[in-house]
Each structure stands twice: as structure tokens, then as C-alpha cells.
Ligand binder design. Structure first.
Ligand code: GUN
Length: 291
């Protein structure tokens, strides 16, 4: 069997189109232009690429984009002061501090300082709690994007066995909440899970979010299962020439695509959905703040 490729890039484009229409209505009917502030501390090249994409796409859907690039030696106090300023600004509806931050800054302190009303990542304890009990608010971007792709491909998810590999606050835990809400039977696997391969073989849905290149092998996949690969890992690619690199997911794509019913590619799968969902969350926080 050869899996259907789930085209996250195309889905994200359609989603951004709908978001742009929503932004137009907010402007024309309510005189509101949503604004998203993105903060990066330091010069990590991968983070810079993500932040530039976020700013560019924010503008493309008609929102205001405010980008703050701070040097790597920025103190925690200075970063907290910027967050306080952004929390107080009426033209900023969403605040995102790109992670990771440099080691001398405590990421938890930064996250906790962001106003929950502007927390478009859904990282603050208040919004994590709301997500867990199903109250309205922003929803973690990568899990939300993954859920949209799953619903689009499978329709109703009710009754399906979902195995999530990885228990991070960013992806694994919120993904489990969202799939539970859709009435999946959810198992969250992690580094101490026994017989991970055997567990995966029971799954109708596999969500791989471990950050280990090509860890999930083809023979871990149940024939016909849907595979969502959240990983984005840069690895050496000597086949492309000396010193060349390429992006791969957490799933051994070619092997898994032989067995799965459908699979997200890397790049072009979940990644584009994460940014589109960030923009969707900025609409959500704008609307919640303005009744
Ligand atoms: N670093 C990697 N992914 C993310 C994300 O979704 N949000 C933030 N703030 N930082 C990240």
C-alpha cells in the first residue's frame, strides 16, 4: 500500500485565506486590526527562520506584525519589561516569545508573565487549564493544526485508538487533550514506555512528536493507519553533496508511507499548519478581548 500524502501546506494556505477574510470583516465591521507581537532573543538560525515566517504571514493576512529582536545577552528583567509593555498595549492582541530562550533566562517565568488574554501559544497555566476542561480560548498551535489535518482526512475521530509519542507541554500533552475531546482512545508514550513499537502497531492514529530523526519505523505502523509527523529535524545529507543538510521528521517517511493509509510529509505537513493556527489564535484572542 502507498499512503495518501496529507498536504499541510495546501490546507494551511486555505486556512490563511479564511483568516484573511475574517481580518477584513474585523476591520470593516468593527474597526479592529488584530496585532501579533513576536519576540526573539538571540541568533539561533532555526528560530530566526520561524520568526520571520510568522511575521511575514501575519502581514499577509492583513494583521499588524510587531517583531522584537533582542540580543542573546538580554537580561530576564528586560525581557519581562517588554512583555509588561506588550501586555498593556491595545494594538497588541497576541504575544509570542520564540522558544528556546537563552539558558540564563527562565522560560517558565517568561511564559507566566504573558497575559493569558494575549497568550496565542496557549502556554500559560490559565489557558492550559481552559484547554483541559474545554473552555473557550487559544488552542496550542501544533496540536490544533494536527487535529485539523486529522479531521480533514478521517472525518469523525470517535473511537479511534491514538498513540502520541512524546509528552511535551508544547505538543504531546495538549494533543492528548484535543484527541480526547474528539472521543479518541488516547495513549501518550514516552522514553520509558515499554514496547513502543508494539504499542504503535495498535494505533489507528500515530502522532510522532519526540524530536528524534526518523525514530518511528515502517514496521511500527498498523496497515492503513494515519501518521502525523510533528518532528522537524535537520540532519546531514551527504547524498546531496558534502556539508549539505536536509529536514526529516520523527518518522522514517519512505518506510512508513509503504504501510500507512495517510501520512504528513516533512517539510510541508504539520509545520505550515502551526503558523496558520497561530494566526487563528490571534483572531480568537482579538475577538474574546472585544466581546
Ligand atoms: N519554538 C518552537 N515551536 C514554538 C512554538 O510553537 N511557539 C513558541 N513560542 N516557540 C516555539
Amino acid at each position: 500500500m502507498s499512503a495518501q500524502i496529507i498536504d499541510g501546506k495546501a490546507y494551511a494556505k486555505q486556512l490563511r485565506q479564511r483568516i484573511a477574510e475574517h481580518v477584513d470583516r474585523l476591520k470593516n465591521e468593527h474597526n479592529l486590526t488584530p496585532g501579533l507581537a513576536v519576540v526573539i532573543v538571540g541568533e539561533d538560525p532555526a528560530s530566526q527562520v520561524y520568526v520571520n515566517s510568522k511575521s511575514k504571514q501575519t502581514k499577509e493576512v492583513g494583521m499588524n506584525s510587531f517583531k522584537y529582536e533582542m540580543p542573546a545577552d538580554t537580561s530576564e528583567a528586560d525581557l519581562l519589561a517588554l512583555i509588561d509593555e506588550l501586555n498593556g498595549r491595545d494594538d497588541v492582541n497576541g504575544i509570542l516569545v520564540q522558544l528556546p530562550v537563552p539558558d540564563h533566562i527562565d522560560a517558565d517565568n517568561i511564559i507566566k508573565r504573558i497575559s493569558p488574554a494575549k497568550d496565542v501559544d496557549c502556554f500559560t497555566p490559565e489557558n492550559v487549564g481552559k484547554l483541559a476542561i474545554g473552555l473557550p480560548g487559544p488552542v496550542s498551535c501544533t496540536p490544533l493544526g494536527s487535529l485539523m489535518l486529522l479531521r480533514d482526512h478521517l472525518g469523525k475521530l470517535e473511537g479511534l485508538n491514538a498513540v502520541i509519542i512524546g509528552r511535551s507541554n508544547l505538543v504531546g500533552k495538549p494533543m492528548s487533550q484535543l484527541l480526547l475531546r474528539d472521543n479518541c482512545t488516547v495513549t501518550v508514550a514516552h522514553s520509558r514506555t515499554k514496547d513502543l513499537a508494539g504499542l504503535c502497531r495498535t494505533a489507528d492514529i500515530v502522532v510522532a512528536a519526540v524530536g528524534r530523526p526518523e525514530m518511528v519505523k515502517g514496521d511500527w505502523i498498523k496497515p492503513g493507519a494515519t501518521v502525523i509527523d510533528v518532528g522537524i529535524n535537520r540532519v546531514d545529507a551527504p547524498e546531496k553533496g558534502e556539508g549539505k543538510t536536509k529536514l526529516v521528521g520523527d518518522v522514517a517517511y519512505n518506510e512508513a508511507a509503504e504501510v500507512a493509509g495517510a501520512i504528513t510529509p516533512v517539510p510541508g505537513g504539520v509545520g505550515p499548519m502551526t503558523i496558520a493556527c497561530l494566526l487563528a489564535n490571534t483572531i480568537t484572542t482579538t475577538c474574546l478581548a472585544n466581546g
